[in-house]
Design a protein around this ligand. Structure first.
Ligand code: B12
Length: 246
């Protein structure tokens, strides 16, 4: 055991400290997961650097789709709950969302591989303002081998249809959050289905959890990125083999 004199050797001007045990990098890289609560706090603080560190840490342990479906979604649910209950203001919600968008850009997959793959066009339906899920989906489709064009939220149906007709993607993914947008979603799908070179159509986001979309006649619907990743990988492989969309 170290004596007090050895620990605090005032006689030489600088206090000496007991030696620290050596750090094992393998063990230091482990440790507890960052909680969604902590991540939500980093986002609401606008701390891009720490939030990006936290997200990278999660991405090192689980698949991207799983992390987005659980960790990121849970953190933003918490932001939403605290906004609804007045604990956090709209400013904090906005800052959290803006920070998350920056963080997602930092951890985005390299689009290089997808550039040689089939095209995927992503859009939120007209009137839809939620855009984070679309960004997250873009990452998943890039990893599945698609060349992604993310048009973002609130894209008018006729404009989307024109863009799809012009660019001829293998996949179009349409997002909506609430059943308020069900009618516009249905109209958008109908217009896409009428195209002479019909792409595979995916419809998703929160609306898939609150509305019955089974009669839409699209190729996939749901809100799970883990599941859409499976569908998209299969589709990319089929397009690669057949040279045509499913
Ligand atoms: C941030 C936010 C906003 C921001 C959005 C800013 C932006 N640039 O995106 C702003 C302030 C604009 C906003 C506005 C509104 N919002 Co808002 N918002 C949220 C909040 C807090 C977080 C959403 C988010 O980014 N989540 C993180 C992502 C990763 O999760 P996600 O969107 O759920 O997406 C996941 C899946 O659905 C899937 N996914 C998403 N899109 C797609 C698409 C496809 C094709 C597929 C396959 C999968 C997929 O991937 C993600 C990972 O799993 C949620 C709270 C919550 N519980 O989520 C409320 C929430 C979504 N909003 C809600 C509401 C009601 C509104 C407003 C009507 C409020 C108002 N009175 O004005 C408006 C509507 C605006 C509009 N016209 O669209 C409700 C929706 C309830 C419902 N289902 O009906 C929520 C749930 C809050 C609540 N509990 O009431 N909102």
């Amino acid at each position: 055991m170290l004596s007090c004199a050895a620990v605090n050797d005032e006689s030489r001007g600088t206090p000496s400290l007991p030696p620290l045990p050596p750090v094992d990098p393998a063990r230091a890289a482990g440790g507890a997961d960052v909680t969604p609560e902590a991540f939500a706090g980093f986002l609401t603080d606008g701390d891009t650097e720490v939030a990006a560190w936290a997200l990278r840490r999660m991405l090192a342990r689980r698949s991207r789709a799983e992390v987005y479906d659980t960790f990121v979604r849970a953190a933003m649910r918490l932001v939403g709950e605290r906004w609804l209950t007045g604990r956090w203001t709209i400013s904090e919600e906005h800052l959290a969302t803006r920070t998350l968008v920056r963080v997602l850009a930092e951890v985005a997959p390299d689009p290089g591989a997808g550039r040689l793959g089939p095209g995927a066009v992503l859009a939120g339906v007209s009137g839809e303002e939620h855009s984070v899920g679309i960004i997250a989906l873009g990452h998943i489709l890039t990893e599945a081998g698609f060349d992604v064009a993310d048009l973002g939220a609130d894209v008018p149906a006729d404009d989307l249809v024109r863009y799809v007709a012009k660019t001829g993607p293998g996949l179009v993914a349409i997002a909506a959050s609430t059943n308020v947008r069900e009618e516009v979603l249905r109209d958008t799908v109908t217009a896409l289905q009428a195209l002479p070179r019909r792409p595979a159509i995916v419809v998703g986001g929160r609306i898939a959890e609150v509305a019955d979309l089974t009669d839409l006649g699209v190729d996939w619907t749901g809100s799970s990125l883990v599941e859409v990743a499976r569908f998209a990988s299969g589709l990319a492989a089929r397009i690669g083999t057949d040279g045509a969309s499913a």
